[in-house]
Design a protein around this ligand. Structure first.
Ligand SMILES: Nc1ncnc2c1ncn2[C@@H]1O[C@H](COP(=O)(O)OP(=O)(O)O)[C@@H](O)[C@H]1O
Ligand SMILES: [Mg+2]
Length: 263
């Protein structure tokens, strides 16, 4: 599929009524079908608000202006079916009293109309796809028996159980150590390539994202600061804010992914 998956036109979100500052302020952005797009920005810049707006997960009372159009879908989006989500803390997206098998099978059952038996078979296949060892045994395990990285793999399996066209990962690797972070990024990258999914990779870590995404959209103070292909944003940032985000990562011990791009 080619073309535009989702178009945001002057999209604004304000959480509280009155004169509250917009958490998202007149954003114009196209998400291309099949692209891997990073949403970058410092804490509080509106990244998660964008994810929640796309997902229809804004809290009651939030005011939304502008438009979200879905030319790539052809119908209004069905959360959980058309998009999958992976959040920073798999503890909040995984239910502690359900087995790993049940968590993943539930999405397939509900959205694809499979029976439990069929859904369980699919869950086991998905555990294999997210490279979990011994998927059959793992089906009966509970989230607390897994490491943070393994829980995030399970959350990814659950997120793609209904074969969504768009995967939204909001700081999905931020709670993990650097090695596990790189493994999860590689996994996400592989899955979206294999399935032709569109990926929205939301992170404050421009170095991490720039190693694998196609385009970067930089957010600051609820506004879209700039958007473009990774190489152009990194080598010729249009704003001081973007330059500062890039500079702040040069000293860090994270894999120097941007070094591949910058001269
Ligand atoms: N549920 C909420 N109620 C009120 N304000 C919120 C809520 N969630 C986020 N905000 C505010 O909206 C702004 C953007 O937040 P957020 O989208 O979470 O940023 P980011 O994900 O980039 O850190 C911040 O000023 C934040 O305090
Ligand atoms: Mg956030």
């Amino acid at each position: 599929m080619s073309g535009i998956f989702c178009s945001l036109r002057q999209l604004s979100v304000t959480y509280a009524r009155g004169n509250a500052v917009a958490a998202l302020d007149r954003v114009d952005l196209d998400i291309k079908a099949g692209e891997r797009l990073a949403i970058i920005g410092e804490s509080g810049s509106g990244k998660s608000t964008l994810a929640r707006a796309l997902a229809g997960l804004l809290p009651d009372g939030a005011k939304v202006d502008g438009e979200m159009l879905w030319p790539g879908l052809g119908h209004p989006p069905r959360p959980g079916r058309d998009f999958g989500f992976v959040f920073q803390d798999p503890g909040t997206s995984l239910n502690p009293v359900l087995t790993i098998g049940e968590q993943i099978a539930e999405g397939a059952r509900r959205h694809l109309g499979l029976g439990w038996k069929q859904a369980s078979i699919r869950a086991e296949e998905l555990l294999d796809r997210v490279r979990m060892p011994q998927p059959g045994k793992l089906m009966r395990a509970f989230p607390h028996q897994l490491s943070g990285g393994q829980r995030q793999r399970v959350a990814i399996a659950a997120a793609i159980a209904a074969r969504p066209q768009l995967l939204i990962a909001d700081e999905a690797t931020s709670a993990l150590d650097v090695v596990v972070q790189a493994e999860i990024v590689r996994l996400l990258d592989g899955l979206v390539r294999e399935d032709g999914m569109t990926l929205l990779f939301i992170t404050h870590d421009i170095a991490l994202a720039s190693g694998f995404v196609d385009r970067i959209a930089v957010f600051g103070n609820g506004r879209l600061v700039e958007a473009g292909p990774v190489r152009s944003v990194l080598s010729a940032p249009k704003s001081d804010y973007t330059s500062a985000l890039i500079a702040s990562h040069r000293d860090l011990a994270t894999p120097p992914l941007i070094a591949e791009v910058l001269p």
